[in-house]
Design a protein around this ligand. Structure first.
Ligand SMILES: Nc1ncnc2c1ncn2[C@@H]1O[C@H](COP(=O)(O)OP(=O)(O)OP(=O)(O)O)[C@@H](O)[C@H]1O
Ligand SMILES: [Mg+2]
Length: 486
């Protein structure tokens, strides 16, 4: 469903497994779980942080022991295929309850050998469960992306500390119910929250996750609130979207009051996590904050905004700073590699530092500038931007987009101008809207993607094209004027 005022964001298969459970921990936890195989009073499982465990318990009142044992049993079956003796040993000792010396006798080995083999078997079992867990996490992320229509999840640099900080704010028990991730346009607010909500730690913490994006009308970064008279996201749209994402669609036909009451009941009964991306304007805050407070506790809300909410003491604020030089270099090198720009990918640090000195550590600005080196020598790209040095970020963006505009072929300009109408569009939509020949459109999109002006998402079957909302802003505010002046 495409709700008005909600950006229909995109999904990607490009998943990053950035958290693998350490094997030694997993092995110890598996050992403990096996020891509790017969414990009728088991009320916590040493494997409860696994996505596999969440899957085993979902939708039914399966006991802790049963859910844990299911994971073990399935893994033992897999183990038996490759290492029958190992599986046998573990079954005899933990499932059949045989003492170790009896197991050793049965298997015709000494007791110390039996203990050694048990360690080996536990290690093999841990490897199996780790692989199954990785697969389960990928499936979970794919499901999450599709269900929430999440933005793509790109490779991020220099986010470790921020990511852990946000994760801590969301998982610690007695922290704020509302957290706002703030910073300039293109600094990485959406990217950070998007990376955090995929973390397995949150699966354990929250019943479910929702992602609502309040699309703002065009405005420049760093210029504060727009003087809007109606919110980008209305309370009713917010409530409808949350009900829909939490699988409560049957309630959608009820009155606004009933829907709100039902949503509050749901979110009070267990902790849910709600992300509201791009909450920017004063009117948005005035409209939505009271409702967000009502639905919070024990549920938590994360906002992303270019505006700071430091004035609200109950909201915990995480302000994103620009990337460090080292992270900037890593980002540029990565972008260059992805765009097939070997000169830039292999550039010496001094050259990368020249970019940093002019552009700073704003990820979106860096991506755009990296793309320009496909068409112009680095010194010219930097010379062109030197005028913007020391100016504010919105001026820097204006220069960058202006340079991009100069480089674009006519079909590429034509394609870019229709992008605000074709967000998440497929090729067929773009062909109709741009009125270009397929080969012209293909070349245009290639140029736009190289310049990071257009993001390409999805897989070969379902390729979608979109533009960052800052690019959209500049198109709507500036390029239309530029077009008439060239
Ligand atoms: N740490 C990072 N490393 C690499 N790329 C990043 C990083 N942070 C953000 N990006 C990329 O930079 C671009 C801008 O990021 P993002 O959309 O998250 O910014 P934002 O702060 O949400 O901007 P806006 O205020 O316009 O919503 C995206 O393409 C994103 O993938
Ligand atoms: Mg954003």
């Amino acid at each position: 469903m495409l709700v008005r005022g909600v950006i229909a964001t995109h999904l990607t298969k490009n998943l990053v497994m950035d958290t693998e459970i350490p094997l030694s921990k997993l092995q110890t936890d598996i050992h403990n779980a096996l020891k509790s195989w017969h414990d009728p009073h088991l009320d916590t499982s040493s494997l409860d942080y696994l996505q596999l465990y969440q899957q085993a318990t979902v939708g039914s009142s399966v006991s802790v022991r049963r859910a844990t044992n299911e994971i073990l049993l399935e893994a033992l079956e897999t183990l038996a295929v490759e290492h029958e003796h190992s599986a046998n040993l573990l079954r005899l000792h933990f499932l059949d309850g045989m003492l170790m010396h009896a197991v050793a006798n049965r298997l015709n080995i000494g007791q110390s050998t039996a203990y050694r083999k048990q360690q080996e078997a536990l290690h093999q079992l841990a490897l199996i469960i780790q692989a199954k867990e990785n697969q389960a996490r990928i499936e979970y992320q794919t499901h999450l992306e599709k269900r929430l229509r999440l933005p793509p999840n790109p490779q991020l640099f220099g986010v470790e500390d921020r990511l852990n900080g946000l994760l801590e704010a969301l998982t610690a028990p007695a922290t704020s119910w509302l957290t706002s991730v703030e910073g300039l346009g293109g600094i990485g607010k959406t990217a950070l929250v998007n990376a955090v909500i995929r973390r397995p730690e949150l699966i354990v913490e929250f019943q479910d996750i929702a992602w609502v994006s309040a699309k703002t009308r065009a405005f420049f970064p760093g210029m504060g609130f727009e003087n809007e008279t109606s919110p980008a996201l209305t309370v009713e749209t917010l409530i409808d979207t949350l009900l829909e994402q939490f699988n409560q669609t049957a309630l959608l036909t009820q009155s606004p009051q009933e829907k709100k009451a039902a949503l509050i009941r749901l979110l009070k009964q267990a902790p849910y996590l709600i992300v509201v991306d791009n909450l920017e304007t004063m009117i948005d805050f005035q409209t939505l904050l009271p409702v967000l407070w009502e639905i919070a506790n024990p549920s938590k809300v994360v906002l992303t905004s270019r505006h700071s909410l430091h004035a609200y003491p109950e909201i915990s604020c995480l302000t994103l700073a620009t990337l460090s030089p080292v992270d900037t270099y890593a980002l540029i090198r990565y972008e260059a590699k992805m765009r097939g720009l070997p000169m830039l990918a292999n550039a010496v640090e001094a050259d990368l530092d020249r970019i940093y000195q002019v552009v700073g550590g704003n990820p979106l600005a860096l991506k755009l500038v990296a793309g320009q080196t496909a068409f112009l020598p680095l010194s010219q790209v930097l010379d062109n931007l030197r005028v913007a040095r020391g100016k504010n970020i919105s001026e820097l963006y204006t220069y960058i987009y202006w340079q991009d505009w100069q480089m674009l072929t006519e079909p590429a300009r034509q394609t870019l101008l229709i992008m605000p109408l074709a967000q998440e569009g497929i090729l067929k939509h773009l062909l109709v809207l741009s009125r270009l020949e397929p080969s012209e459109l293909h070349d245009a999109l290639q140029q736009l993607a190289t310049l990071s002006l257009v993001q390409v998402e999805g897989d070969l079957e379902d390729r979608r094209y979109s533009i960052h909302r800052l690019t959209e802003t500049f198109l709507l505010n500036e390029a239309i004027r530029w077009q008439s002046s060239v």
